[in-house]
Design a protein around this ligand. Structure first.
Ligand SMILES: Nc1ncnc2c1ncn2[C@@H]1O[C@H](COP(=O)(O)OP(=O)(O)OP(=O)(O)O)[C@@H](O)[C@H]1O
Length: 790
C-alpha cells in the first residue's frame, strides 16, 4: 500500500495523455484514416461554401434516398459541414480538418506526439477565437462564426458589452502572440519602428525620384526654379522642401546595441545517430513496451502499513523541567572548572537530547572533552557523549539520554515521506536521528554494511529493520536475500517468503542457511554468480547493474545471448564471529572477494556480529566495509574495532546506535520492529502468488564432494540415476532439462551429461541440437544399468 501511495502521487504529478502503443500496421491504418478523414472534411467544407444554402432543406431528410444534395460528398458531406460549420465553429472549422490531416501524418511517420498535442491545443484555441471574432461581426447565426461564435458573443455582450468583448478578443490575440511567438513589448515597438522607418524610406525614395538634388550652394534663383517645379509634384508631403537646409542624409536604421544582444539563437536539433541494435530495440519497445521485470508477479501487493504496530510512547514529549535541570547541571559543572558558556541550545531526539554549547572565547576544546566523566557524574546519567566540536557547526555537543525514551516505530519511519519518496536503489529506513529526522540510507551506495554490538543491544532488531525496509520498497523481482542464521531462530520467519524473495543453492532444501558448512558453498556460489554477472556486464558494455538493467528494460540486450534482468542480491550473515570460528579462512576469502568486487553488480553484504574482535573483523574485511553500525559495546577497544573511534561504549542500548559511512558519526535511534510484526509481513507476502522456486544461485560443488569426469562408475554423481530417468522419460538429451528438473547448476548438469554419455545412455554432442537418447524406455534403462552393475 505504501508503494501504491507513492505511485498515485507520481502519476498525479505527471498527468499525461494516455499513450497507446500501436503496432506498425495499426499505425498505418490509423494514420491513413486520419489523413483521409481530414481531406474528406476539407472537401465537404469547401463544397459547403457554395452549396450549403441549397442543401439546407435536405438535412432533415437524411435517411431518405430520394432527397438529393449538392454537396460534393453528398448527404454525409452536407451533414458534416452543417454540423461543424453551422452548428459549430463557422468557417474556422477548417482548422479541424487540418488538425486531423496533420495527426494522420504524425501517426504514419511515427513522429513525436508531444508536438502534435501542442498543435491540437493551439489549433483548437485559434478555432474558438476566430469563431468568436467572426461572431462579433455577424449579428445572427451564420457560417462565419457558427452557433458557438454567436452564442459566446451574445453571452459576452450581455455582460461586458460590445466594447468589452472587442477588448477581450484583442487580449486573447496578444496573449496568443506573446506565448506562441514569444513576442514582448519591445518587439512590438521594434516592429512598429521598423514599419515606420520603412514608410519613411519609401517616401524619401519616391522623393528622390522626383526631386532634383539640391545643393547647399545653390543660387537663390535655382532654388526658386526648383520650388516652382517642386510644388505640383509634392503631393505626398505637405511641407515644402527647406531649400537652405541640407538634404537629409539617408541613414539605415541601426538596431540598438542592447536589442542585438536579445537576438535569439535558434539551436538546430541534431538527431542522434542510432545504431542497428538501437533501431531494433526501439522497434521492440514500440511494439511491446519496455521490459517489465515485475510482470510475472504483476498482481503482487506490497505489505500495507497497517501490519506494523503503533506505539503509545511514540512522539517526542518535551519535559521542560528535565531540560532546565540538565542545562543548569552542565553550566554549573563547567563553571566549576572555570569554563564560561556564551550560549546553549537543546535539540530533543527520541532517546537523547543534544545540548549544543558555545564556550566563551579562549577556552580550549580539549579541556571540555576531558570533563566528559565529570559531566556524566554531575548529570548522574549513563551514555553521555561529548562531540567537540560538532563538525561544520562550530559548537560543542553534549548528548544526554532522556529520562523516558520514546520508541521509534518501524511504522513511523516506513510511512515517512523521506522513505516513501526516496528514489534510492536499496533504501533502508534505519530509524531517527537526534533531531528526530527519519534516517534513510542507500545500501547500494554503502555498498556493504557491518553491524556490531554486544548481545541484547538491538542487532537482531536492526537486521529486521533493514529487511523490512527493503520488503516495503522493492518488488520480489528486484531484490533477493540470502540469509545466514547460525542461531537458527532469528531469521526463520523469512522462510515464508522463500519463493518471493530468497535465493538459495539449487540442491539445498532450506533457503535460510543455518549450517556453517553450507555457508561456504553458498559464498563460493555467490562468487560464481558475481563472475557470471561481470561477464554479462562486460558483454553488454555496462559499468554497473543499474545501467545493465536499464539497457535490458529498453530491450537492447538479447535474452537469447544469456542476458536477463538482474535482481539485487543482499547477503545477510548473522553471528559472523561464529562463522569465522568454525570455518575460518574458507569463509573469509569469498567474503573478502565479494566485498571487494561485488558492488558494481548488485551483490551487497550485511554482516552482523556480537564480538567485534580483530580476528573476526580482520583488516581486509574492515577495509571493504566502510559503512558500519555500532550498537552498544562494553569497551572502548570494541568501539575502536568497529568504528575506528570511541563512542559505541557510551551508547545506552536498546537500539541506540552510531552509523558511519567513512566520515562523520551519526547517532541514530534504530527503528523498532517486533517479531510478530515481521511475522505478519512475511505471512502477508507468503500468502500471495509466488515464483515456482526460490532464486537459484549457480551450482557450486566443493572440492571434496566434487565429481570428476572419470568414467569410473564409483565416481559418478549421486544424481546419476535420477538424471538418466529424466532424460529417458523425456527422450531428450539436454543439460538444461536436467538443470530445470533436478534444480542443478549448469556445471553439474554438464558433468552428468558427460557421465551419461560415457555410460551409453545419451549420444555424443551434436552442436545446437539436443543429444540423442539411446535407451528407449525405463525398462530398458533398468536392464542397461543392471548390466553395468549399478
Ligand atoms: N530499536 C529498539 N527500540 C527499542 N527497543 C529495542 C530496540 N532494539 C532492541 N530493543 C530491545 O532490546 C532487546 C534485544 O534486542 P535484540 O534481540 O535485537 O538484541 P541482539 O543484539 O540481537 O541480541 P543477541 O545478539 O543476543 O541476539 C529487544 O527485545 C528489545 O526489547
Amino acid at each position: 500500500m505504501a508503494k501504491k501511495k507513492t505511485n498515485t502521487k507520481t502519476t498525479r504529478k505527471k498527468l499525461k495523455f494516455p499513450s497507446l502503443k500501436l503496432s506498425s500496421q495499426q499505425n498505418l491504418v490509423l494514420g491513413s484514416f486520419l489523413v483521409i478523414f481530414g481531406m474528406v472534411l476539407f472537401i465537404a467544407f469547401v463544397s459547403f461554401l457554395f452549396t450549403g444554402d441549397a442543401d439546407q432543406s435536405t438535412l432533415s431528410n437524411f435517411a431518405s434516398r430520394d432527397v438529393k444534395t449538392e454537396n460534393w460528398l453528398s448527404k454525409s458531406g452536407a451533414w458534416l459541414s452543417h454540423f461543424f460549420i453551422n452548428q459549430g465553429f463557422g468557417i474556422s472549422s477548417f482548422i479541424i480538418s487540418g488538425l486531423l490531416f496533420l495527426s494522420g501524418i504524425y501517426v504514419l511517420l511515427s513522429r513525436e506526439k508531444s508536438k502534435l498535442r501542442k498543435h491540437w491545443f493551439w489549433g483548437l484555441l485559434i478555432m474558438v477565437w476566430f469563431a468568436v471574432f467572426f461572431g462579433f461581426f455577424g449579428n445572427e447565426i451564420g457560417i462565419l462564426g457558427g452557433v458557438v461564435g454567436y452564442e459566446i458573443n451574445s453571452y459576452l455582450q450581455d455582460f461586458i458589452g460590445k466594447i468589452g468583448t472587442s477588448f477581450l478578443l484583442l487580449l486573447g490575440l496578444i496573449t496568443y502572440l506573446a506565448i506562441r511567438f514569444k513576442l514582448t513589448a519591445e518587439s512590438f515597438i521594434q516592429l512598429f519602428k521598423s514599419a515606420q522607418s520603412k514608410i519613411k524610406n519609401d517616401f524619401s525614395e519616391t522623393d528622390d525620384e522626383f526631386v532634383v538634388p539640391i545643393d547647399n550652394n545653390l543660387s537663390e534663383e535655382a532654388a526658386t526654379i526648383k520650388k516652382a517645379f517642386d510644388i505640383p509634384l509634392k503631393t505626398k508631403t505637405p511641407d515644402p522642401i527647406p531649400i537652405n537646409k541640407p538634404t537629409p542624409l539617408k541613414v539605415e536604421p541601426q538596431p540598438p546595441v542592447e536589442e542585438q544582444n536579445e537576438l535569439e539563437i535558434n539551436i538546430e536539433e541534431i538527431e542522434e545517430e542510432l545504431s542497428e541494435t538501437d533501431n531494433l530495440a526501439n522497434k521492440l519497445v514500440e511494439d511491446f513496451g519496455q521490459f517489465d521485470p515485475t510482470l510475472e508477479l504483476s498482481h503482487y501487493k506490497f505489505p500495507p502499513l497497517d501490519l506494523l504496530k503503533k506505539y503509545d510512547s511514540e512522539g517526542i514529549t518535551i519535559n521542560q523541567e528535565e531540560l532546565e535541570e540538565n542545562k543548569n547541571k552542565i553550566v554549573d559543572t563547567l563553571k566549576n572548572y572555570n569554563i564560561g558558556i556564551a550560549s546553549i541550545k537543546a535539540t530533543i531526539g527520541p532517546t537523547v537530547t543534544l545540548y549544543e554549547i558555545v564556550p566563551d572565547a579562549g577556552i580550549r576544546i580539549s579541556k571540555i572533552k576531558n570533563l566528559e566523566d565529570d559531566i556524566a557524574l554531575s548529570l548522574s546519567a549513563l551514555g553521555i557523549r561529548i562531540i567537540a566540536p560538532i563538525p561544520g557547526k562550530g559548537t560543542i555537543g553534549i548528548e544526554v539520554p532522556n529520562k523516558s525514551s520514546t520508541i521509534v516505530s518501524m511504522r513511523s519511519v516506513i510511512a515517512s515521506k523521506k522513505f516513501q519518496t526516496s528514489d534510492m536503489q536499496l533504501p533502508i529506513a534505519l530509524g531517527k536521528t537526534i533531531s528526530n529526522e527519519t534516517f534513510v540510507v542507500d545500501l547500494a551506495k554503502m555498498p556493504h554494511l557491518l553491524m556490531a554490538g554486544a548481545t541484547g543491544q538491538g542487532k537482531s532488531v536492526g537486521l529486521n529493520a533493514v529487511l523490512t525496509s527493503l520488503l516495503y520498497k522493492k518488488h520480489p523481482a528486484e531484490v533477493k536475500f540470502i540469509l545466514v542464521d547460525p542461531k537458527k531462530v532469528e531469521l526463520t520467519l523469512f522462510n515464508k517468503i522463500e519463493r518471493h524473495y530468497l535465493a538459495k543453492l539449487p540442491d539445498s532444501e532450506e533457503a535460510i542457511i543455518t549450517d556453517n558448512t553450507k555457508v561456504i558453498n553458498t559464498l563460493n556460489s555467490l562468487c560464481i554468480e558475481m563472475d557470471n554477472r561481470y561477464e554479462l556486464l562486460k558483454n553488454a558494455l555496462c559499468r554497473n547493474i543499474a545501467e545493465y538493467n536499464a539497457k535490458f528494460k529498453a530491450r537492447k540486450l538479447n535474452p537469447n545471448e544469456g542476458h536477463q534482468f538482474l535482481p539485487y542480491i543482499v547477503l545477510v550473515v548473522d553471528e559472523f564471529a561464529d562463522l569465522i570460528m568454525t570455518a575460518g579462512k574458507e569463509v573469509e576469502t569469498p567474503i573478502a572477494r565479494l566485498a571487494q568486487l561485488a558492488r558494481a553488480i548488485g551483490i551487497h553484504l550485511i554482516i552482523a556480529t556480537q564480538r567485534p574482535s580483530v580476528n573476526v573483523i580482520t583488516g581486509i574485511i574492515k577495509a571493504n566495509f566502510p559503512a558500519r553500525i555500532a550498537f552498544r559495546v562494553t569497551s572502548k577497544i570494541d568501539s575502536r574495532t568497529i568504528l575506528d573511534g570511541s563512542g559505541a561504549d557510551q551508547l545506552i542500548g536498546r537500539g541506540d546506535m552510531l552509523f558511519t559511512q567513512g566520515n562523520d558519526m551519526i547517532r541514530v535511534q534504530c527503528a523498532f520492529v517486533d517479531t510478530p510484526e515481521v511475522e505478519k509481513i512475511t505471512e502477508y507476502i507468503g500468502s500471495q502468488k509466488a515464483y515456482p522456486d526460490a532464486y537459484l544461485l549457480p551450482e557450486y560443488v566443493g572440492e571434496d564432494n566434487g565429481t570428476s569426469l572419470d568414467i569410473d562408475i564409483s565416481d559418478r554423481d549421486k544424481l546419476f540415476k535420477e538424471a538418466a530417468i529424466v532424460l529417458v522419460t523425456a527422450q531428450q538429451g539436454s543439460a538444461s532439462l536436467l538443470q530445470r528438473k533436478l534444480k542443478l547448476g549448469y556445471n553439474r548438469a554438464g558433468r552428468l551429461i558427460d557421465q551419461l554419455e560415457a555410460a551409453g545412455i545419451v549420444g555424443p554432442f551434436e552442436g545446437s541440437k539436443a543429444r540423442q537418447v539411446l535407451i528407449q524406455d525405463l525398462t530398458s534403462l533398468d536392464t542397461h544399468l543392471e548390466n553395468e552393475n549399478i
